[in-house]
Structure formats: C-alpha cells, structure tokens
Design a protein around this ligand. Structure first.
Ligand SMILES: O=C(O)c1cc(=O)[nH]c(=O)n1[C@@H]1O[C@H](COP(=O)(O)O)[C@@H](O)[C@H]1O
Length: 235
C-alpha cells in the first residue's frame, strides 16, 4: 500500500479542508478523523476521494460485536484505504469488524485494511496503570493488544514508534504498525506523550506515520510536509 506520510485532516469543516488541500498539487495520503467526519458526514470522504487522495478513515470503533460489524459494513461502501477500531473492544468485536468490512466491500474492489488502536499515543504508562488499572508495562500492554489483533485476523495496529519494532518481531513484518505522535525535531508535543521524529519512526520499524499539527499548523504546510517526507525517506 501507499507508504507516504498520512496527514491528519483535523479540521472543523469542509472549508478548511479544501483550503488546506489547495497547498498540494499531487495526490497525498490523508486521515479523516472524528472531528471532521462527525461534522460533515460521509460526503466529505467522497469529496476528498474525488481529488485522488488515499484515505485513512479514523473512527476508532469500539462497541459490541454486532454493532461494529454493521457499522463497518456500511463504511466499507465508502471505498477508503484504511479503517480502525479499538483493540480493547476484544477479539469478537475485531472479528465482527472484519466480517462487516468484507461483507460491505463491493465486488471487484479491494477491502480496506483494518487496524486496531492499542494504547493511544497520548497515554503514559502511569496513566494506563492508574486509570485503566492495567498492571503491566505499557509495552507489554501494547504487545498484548497487538497479539490479539493479529489473532482476530486484522492487518495491523496503531501504536507509538516506541513499540513498533517489538510488534514487528512478535507479529511479523507484514503486520502494519501505524504510528501517530510524530513531530519534526524540536517540535511541540501538545497532548501527545509517546512521540518521535519521522526518521526515528522509520528507524524503529513503523510501517506508516500519521502527522497532524506539525503540518496543518505550519506557516507553510507544503514545506513542512516535504520536510516530513524527506526525513521519513532518509534511512
Ligand atoms: O488512530 C489514530 O490516528 C491515533 C491514534 C493514537 O494513538 N494517537 C493519535 O494521535 N491518533 C490520531 O493521529 C493524529 C495525530 O495528530 P497530531 O498530534 O496533530 O500529529 C490525530 O488525528 C489523532 O486522532
């Protein structure tokens, strides 16, 4: 699949999205997340696709298996490239998501890749232990979620760069490690806790990186994107 850095279109409405996309004169890989999707609905996916961009639809589904299966069946018709659920929903839920996605993908079209969020990149080990009451190291918790995601038959996980290498060893190099929490060297972390640079991500075994504010908040987004791409392709 396309391995270009994925730009998170975390904007409140369609207007800002197309203003932002006008900075680019080639197809890129973008992420439509809950902020934008919940305001604009499925039509935003169609409109961004019409411009030729690849799409990661990041809705992080987490519900009972039957609900997630039905929701995924509907989402499959949108023709996106990558979708996700929360691994904490469990193996039955993840299998349901995959079944729904397979059932809803139109004949002759490729099924979207399905990945599961392990521990959010905004979570520290201390928060995980105190608030989720998981008495493992953060790495072991992420590795556990990666293993059950693989057992459910999904294509990979969302994790931080810090866990990507060990997931590759445990689950195989074809198992996708999609890593948000990416910052240019010296960039502000904002609410992210487990961060890394694009070149650090590549060196640590990320399959794909997700970059939002380091590009969308830059004075020159096209230049920031180029910098991210150059670092990502460096090693
Ligand atoms: O699934 C995601 O995309 C995701 C998972 C995760 O653990 N952490 C995370 O930051 N994300 C998303 O990745 C993007 C990161 O944005 P920035 O922090 O602005 O680069 C946001 O759109 C988040 O919703």
């Amino acid at each position: 699949m396309n391995t270009k850095p994925i730009i998170a279109l975390d904007f409140p409405s369609e207007k800002e999205v197309f203003q932002f996309l006008s900075n680019f004169n080639e197809p890129i890989f973008v992420k439509i997340g809950m902020e934008l999707y919940l305001q604009e609905g499925p039509s935003i996916v169609q409109k961004v696709k019409e411009q030729g961009h690849d799409i990661f639809l990041d809705l992080k589904l987490h519900d009972i298996p039957n609900t997630v299966r039905s929701a995924m069946k509907g989402l499959a018709r949108l023709g996106v490239d990558l979708v996700n659920v929360h691994a904490a929903g469990g193996i039955d839920m993840m299998r349901g998501a995959l079944e729904g996605l397979e059932a809803g993908t139109p004949a002759g079209k490729e099924r979207a890749k399905l990945i599961a969020v392990t521990q959010l990149t905004s979570t520290t080990e201390e928060q995980m232990q105190n608030e989720q009451m998981i008495s493992l190291s953060l790495l072991d918790s992420v590795l556990h979620y990666a293993r059950i995601t693989k057992e459910a038959g999904l294509d990979g996980v969302v994790c931080s760069v810090h866990e990507a290498g060990q997931i590759g060893e445990a689950c195989g190099q074809e198992f996708l490690r999609v890593t948000p929490g990416i910052r240019l060297p010296g960039g502000e972390a904002h609410d992210q806790k487990r961060i890394a640079t694009p070149n650090g991500a590549k060196a640590s075994g990320s399959s794909l990186i997700v970059v939002g504010r380091a590009i969308t908040g830059a004075a020159d987004p096209a230049a920031a994107y180029k910098k991210v791409c150059d670092l990502w392709e460096e090693n």
